[in-house]
Design a binder for this molecule. Structure first.
Ligand SMILES: Cc1ncc(COP(=O)(O)O)c(C=O)c1O
Length: 383
């Protein structure tokens, strides 16, 4: 076998960081449920491990796999996506700095900026990131980072990653990309010039709605050192059980994403033809304003679909309450299909802000069930 990094995505997802266990030959990295490690004399660390906040072998396996999937040099696993974001912000930003965030960022990300970091002197500006002139205009001398989501949650907006990377470089700032909606199978921002990729691994990477986690991946060794320092100093690490479970999920990411995308396209077909639906937001649609950019930077268009109901909020809420197979719930990216009303659920925290989402909006996380069953469920719910 040649260099693993030259092999295909699915091969890396299944093998990177996952050499058979040297002690027993176990083909799956064991769960090292341990807090501390015997030291071979003071300062002599067997295998490099001393204490599981600093490093744990199961987490190392997952972090190496993450780095390989995103094409980075170092990966870091956290207790949640927001813990990863918080660690990144406190690593690269200081009081007085400024960050550009998406005009429709994930509600929890907005809350982290508006209700936590702003109090500690970090300023931010929400900007529609598809509008590159608006991004350039929002840059200030103190701008330290452009924070990007593409596709965005929940409006499925698309931003041009290569163009944003150039704007960030010209401004002496970093480009950080929340790659949660695409997953590393569909989109690899580091290869387009981003400095940091972040994931809520709770979503497609874990893939089974059974674990909460987050990740950061970088290409620059020095930035990796700084993040590694803060990961240990702040301590919001992924535990060994969660690392193991997420690594197990990630092995099937490629096949799951193919099915998520195929099912989503069939759902989009159904929705676009339905008289109760005013508009469908999906980057795979040729009339989506970000379609050409998405086609350029994504392998396929993903499993997330949003739509607006012609009869407003009451109709949107009614659909969410009528589906049987699409489960009413927050989160996304699991094998099972979910439906939600962003304005009252995942994005309630942006109500009244510049990021408020339309009340007639419904968001679907299209799962990998039999597509005929998903379509029948939606048809019944839409009436
Ligand atoms: C796009 C996006 N980013 C970040 C997060 C936060 O991740 P977590 O819930 O794992 O903290 C979420 C959670 O829904 C998300 O959808």
């Amino acid at each position: 076998m040649g260099d693993l990094q030259d092999q295909g995505f699915a091969t890396r997802a299944i093998h990177a960081g996952q050499e058979p266990d040297p002690t027993t030959g176990a083909v799956v990295p064991p769960i090292y449920a341990v807090s501390t490690f015997k030291q071979d004399g003071i300062g002599g660390l067997r295998g490099g491990y001393e204490y599981s906040r600093s490093a744990n072998p199961t987490r190392t396996a997952w972090e190496e796999c993450l780095a390989s999937m995103e094409g980075g040099v170092r990966g870091f696993a956290f207790a949640s996506g927001l813990a990863a974001e918080d660690t990144l912000l406190r690593t690269v930003c200081s009081p007085g700095d400024h960050v550009i965030i998406p005009g429709d960022a994930y509600g929890g990300t907005y809350r982290l900026f508006a209700r936590v970091h702003q109090r500690w002197g970090l300023d931010f500006t929400p900007v529609p990131l598809h509008d590159l002139d608006a991004v350039r205009a929002a840059i200030r001398p103190a701008t330290r980072m452009i924070w990007c989501e593409t596709p965005t949650n929940p409006l499925l907006g698309i931003a041009d990653l290569a163009a944003l990377a150039q704007i960030a470089r010209d401004a002496g700032a970093l480009l950080g990309v929340d790659n949660t909606f695409a997953s590393p199978y569909l989109q690899q921002p580091l290869s387009l010039g981003a400095d940091v990729v972040m994931h809520s691994t709770t979503k497609y990477l874990g893939g089974h709605s059974d674990v909460v986690g987050g990740a950061l991946v970088v290409t620059d060794g020095a930035l990796g050192e700084q993040i590694g320092f803060h990961q240990n100093a702040m301590g919001a690490v992924a535990g060994p059980f969660d690392s193991w479970l997420t690594l197990r999920g990630a092995k099937t990411l490629a096949v799951r994403m193919d099915r998520h995308c195929a099912n989503a396209e069939a759902v989009v077909d159904l929705l676009t033809g339905h008289q109760g639906v005013a508009s469908v937001l999906y980057p795979g649609l040729p009339d989506h304003p970000g379609h050409a950019v998405a086609a350029k930077q994504m392998r396929a268009f993903g499993g997330m679909v949003s739509f607006r109901m012609r009869d407003g909020e009451a109709a949107a809420v009614a659909v969410c309450e009528r589906t049987q197979l699409f489960t009413l719930g927050e989160s996304l990216g699991g094998v099972e299909s979910l439906i939600e009303h962003p304005a009252r659920m995942t994005h309630a925290s942006v109500a009244g802000s510049a990021l408020e989402v339309p009340s007639d909006l419904v968001r679907l996380s299209v799962g990998i069930e039999d597509v005929a069953d998903l379509l029948a469920d939606l048809r019944d719910a839409l009436g």
